[in-house]
Design a protein around this ligand. Structure first.
Ligand code: MG
Length: 380
């Protein structure tokens, strides 16, 4: 029996996870849910899935939630509440689907409690990959990727040895501005950037997909998850999003994982691993698709991808700084305080002002994260 806790159950990954779990009644059960502040959706989920516990990060919403929810459930609050629910002994699997660096502490706690982790919160591995992987090894915990690219690589690698891998090829849709001329980037609006061609996701990751920062974060995530040097993780633009990623082996053989773009598939595989299980969450019609195409990514129009590689090569606290500056910049763009082209400019300014700590402790990572948030906010 998979007894599941979903951190971030009201977001796009959380909602899809609940749909997957519903299809495996009797084998998977929801024990705990959490949200940041969407208590309306959380109350609906509690009434439908009957978890023992919920955590609401924004504690000002607790009384409104209690007034709305018509079934009994234990309510915890704040980030401490997230850290608390992962300790519930009835939980054996955690889906980490919160957005941003907020996923770090509950994920580490979950690992220390020896729960299996289906990791959808890529920022956790970006900012603290070295520590998180060490903890996972120490506690014998599997980190099962939910990100579609990493799920693809995980499926292609299936019991291969690290010395068999030549490189990882992460595919990218290219986002809504793939063909936009550089001179038009100044005029990009929030609405333009939220209009993603192939994937339907939350606002933060949709903006990250438009800047290609999402792919940059995924390069760092892949480096830690699969133990492959950053410079052997390549990005390939593939606008149809049918090939979810590929592995090239040392003999030149390449394996790819394909399917229509739908997050239910990687979520389901993370929950049924190591087996592929019915029912199918997608169908793929190659005749209908006609062709699959590929392009090199353009680091000049999309400097966020270049900055992510630079942060990854520098290591230490640089990825945490990259991520924190990006979270602040994306939020400022969504609030119409800055322009789209200023997102990478702000991140680069913050990175240039940062003094690196190699092999940082958790405290040093959290300090660098907070420093970068304050610095970026002040620059804005
Ligand atoms: Mg992805």
């Amino acid at each position: 029996m998979k007894r599941v806790c979903i951190l971030g159950s009201t977001g796009s990954i959380g909602v899809n996870s609940l749909k997957v779990i519903k299809q495996f009644e009797g084998e998977m059960e929801v024990v705990a849910l959490s949200c940041y502040q969407n208590i309306t959706k959380l109350a609906e989920q509690v009434e439908k899935y009957r978890p023992q516990q919920v955590a609401i990060v924004d504690s000002s919403k607790i009384s409104a939630f209690k007034a709305r929810c018509r079934v009994p459930v234990e309510v915890l609050s704040g980030v401490d509440g997230l850290v608390e629910i992962v300790k519930n002994p009835d939980i054996n699997t955690i889906i980490t689907a919160v957005v941003g660096a907020a996923g770090l502490l509950p994920t580490i706690r979950g690992i220390q409690e020896s729960k299996n982790i289906a990791i959808a919160n890529k920022e956790t591995l970006v900012i603290a990959g070295e520590l998180v992987m060490q903890e996972a090894r120490r506690h014998g915990v599997s980190l099962l990727p939910v990100d579609s690219e990493h799920s693809a690589i995980h499926q292609c690698l299936h019991h291969r040895q690290p010395d068999e891998i030549q490189k990882l090829i992460l595919t990218a849709s290219g986002g809504p501005f793939r063909t936009l001329p550089a001179t038009d980037f100044e005029k990009i609006t929030v609405e333009d950037a939220l209009n993603h061609p192939t994937w339907n996701m939350g606002a933060k990751i949709t903006i990250d997909s438009a800047t290609l920062m999402n792919k940059g974060l995924e390069v760092i995530e892949a480096h830690w998850l699969f133990g492959v040097d950053v410079d052997r993780v390549e990005v390939l633009v593939h606008p149809q999003s049918i090939i979810h990623s590929m592995v090239e082996f040392v003999d030149g053989s390449i394996m790819a994982q394909l399917g229509s773009p739908d997050m239910k598939l990687p979520i389901q595989y993370a929950l049924t691993y190591p087996y592929h299980r019915a029912p199918a969450s997608i169908t793929t019609d190659f005749v209908q698709l006609g062709q699959l195409t590929f392009e090199a990514p353009d680091m000049d129009r999309f400097p966020c991808l270049r900055l992510a590689y630079e942060a990854a090569r520098a290591g230490g606290t640089f990825p945490a700084v990259l991520n924190a500056a990006n979270e602040i910049a994306v939020n400022a763009f969504l609030n119409r305080q800055i322009r789209f082209i200023e997102i990478p400019q702000l991140i680069e300014t913050t990175m240039k002002a940062h003094q690196n700590h190699a092999h940082p402790t958790l405290a040093e990572i959290l300090h660098a994260d907070q420093w970068a948030r304050d610095f970026t906010q002040q620059t804005i």
